[in-house]
Write a protein that binds this ligand. Structure first.
Ligand code: TRP
Length: 474
């Protein structure tokens, strides 16, 4: 029954900030952001990304945190309760549903990549990268993701750690884990940036990340065939801008109920606006620092900046295998990635766990194990869809299983949930109740309200229409 057990709370603002930053900082920052920036031409992508983080992402963080805190329930319970209090349709509960189901789907494959980071940490520590060339690095990675036993072991090891933390509850598990792991993460990252700065090409990195060339962002090269047929070398494309918006949402953990659930553990004395700015600033700083740690190595060793998802798992090991103290720094790097992934995956298991806990009244341990194992089993499909593994040939609308789940959540469920969340707080909840919940200064509130009411829904609406258009037109 809803509300049958007392809803848990963070013990301090610090614990909450660490947990929220832990959720936000993840594979999205250290694995995805550098390769997307690399493919998006560097500085221009970074600038657009930062604009989205502060003008769209941060107001959405505020929206989700305030809804969560006001509801004091799981995302489903919270949305239904607030809709009822505001005398609006109970269909708004669907936003909560989309979060609970979406987070369950995302953790099922997030944990697979989390497992890769654990496996690579072990490989780095055993010195498996020493002296490898590009071909060996690639065959090592493809060999590993194609191995049905190894991928399963690492995926379930990662999931087991996540379950263990979530099972211990908000104060006993989440808080304890993040207040140790997040400072450790910052420390490792700083060490890696300094090391990269000394051994790699730092000047080129600064130029690449902070000297925007907007041409790179708005035009992409035509295919050789198109050029042969008389097309110009570049064509106008909005893709990178949309990718930057999607990445800002993913990186801030928006639109899947994670932040709403963390908001529900908040006490009334915490200032939501200020916290949201801190979280967004910490999240983008980590993304930029990950860039500062990775690109000097990429440039110094002549690796491909636009190497995509393989940048971290296939390119960096070549460099770790050659550089002084490569074993130490390689292990630290993949350890960093694993820590970042774990503090995010616990926030992905939270929405389904808080919902099932609320619905069944079972104790947290039982719910965490049940939901974690279920997501783990669903994740086997994703793990086996990689490389030449057992399900690699299965295609859903032309995508392998992992990419199909990613598409469904990232391109459909998240933009829709984000859009409706913005519409809900901007147009359906009364201005007065938002003002009361946020307790902001008048001017700050007005800025937030304008962004949440007009800017966010418009921007998200545009991405969504563009995605539908692309999917239909091909
Ligand atoms: N933000 C995390 C990352 O950057 C992933 C994540 C955790 C997430 N919880 C989420 C993404 C909720 C979207 C929604 O890796």
């Amino acid at each position: 029954m809803a509300g049958a057990t007392q809803h848990a709370h963070w013990s301090s603002r610090w614990a909450f900030i660490m947990a929220a930053v832990g959720s936000a900082v993840g594979l999205g920052n250290i694995w995805k952001f550098p390769y997307e920036a690399g493919q998006g031409g560097g500085g221009a992508f970074v600038m657009v990304y930062l604009l989205f983080v502060f003008f769209i992402g941060t107001p959405m963080l505020v929206a989700e945190l305030s809804l969560g805190r006001r509801g004091q329930l799981s995302p489903v319970g919270t949305m239904k309760k607030i809709a009822q209090e505001e005398k609006k349709s109970h269909w708004w509960g669907l936003i909560g549903w989309s979060g609970v189901v979406g987070a369950f789907i995302v953790i099922s494959f997030y944990s697979v990549v989390g497992g890769w980071t654990l496996a690579y940490m072990v490989k780095a520590a055993m010195g498996s990268f020493s002296g490898i060339d590009a071909a060996t690095a690639e065959s090592t990675f493809v060999g590993y993701i194609s191995d049905p036993v190894m991928t399963l072991v690492s995926h379930f090891a990662f999931m087991a750690i996540t379950i263990f933390i979530v099972a211990k509850g908000v104060q006993g598990g989440l808080e304890k884990a993040v207040t140790v792991l997040m400072p450790a993460l910052f420390a490792i990252l700083i060490i890696l940036v300094i090391y990269s700065g000394f051994t790699g090409d730092f000047a080129k990195t600064i130029d690449f990340l902070f000297n925007p060339d907007f041409n790179e962002l708005l035009y992409k090269p035509n295919t050789p065939e198109a050029i042969a047929a008389g097309a110009p070398a570049q064509r106008f494309s909005f893709d990178m801008v949309l990718q930057a918006l999607g990445q800002s949402f993913f990186s801030l953990s928006l639109a899947l109920g994670s932040i709403m659930t963390y908001g529900s553990y908040l006490t009334k004395d915490v200032k939501i606006g200020r916290s949201a700015v801190t979280i967004a600033a910490a999240d983008s700083s980590v993304a930029l620092m990950a860039g500062l740690a990775i690109f000097p190595i990429v440039f110094a060793y002549g690796l491909d900046v636009a190497g995509g998802g393989g940048l971290v798992f296939m390119s960096l090991p070549i460099a770790f295998g050659q550089m002084p103290l490569g074993i130490v720094f390689g292990t630290l790097f993949f350890g960093l990635l694993a820590v970042a992934a774990i503090t995010s995956s616990i926030s992905l298991l939270e929405p389904p766990v808080s919902y099932v806990e609320e619905k069944t009244g079972w104790n947290r341990r039982k719910v965490a194990i049940t939901m974690g194992v279920a997501a783990g089993v669903l994740g086997i499909l994703s793990a086996y869809s990689q490389g030449t593994n057992m399900l690699a040939d299965v295609r859903i609308f032309g995508l392998n299983i992992m990419d199909a789940k990613d598409f469904l959540t990232n391109n459909i469920m998240m933009p829709l949930a984000g859009l409706f969340t913005a519409l809900f707080v901007g147009w359906f909840v009364t201005r007065k109740s938002m003002m009361e919940e946020l307790a902001m200064e008048d001017k700050t509130f007005r800025i937030w309200y304008f962004l949440a009411r007009f800017v966010s829904p418009t921007a998200i609406g545009i991405i969504f229409i563009k995605l539908i258009y692309d999917t239909i037109v091909g």
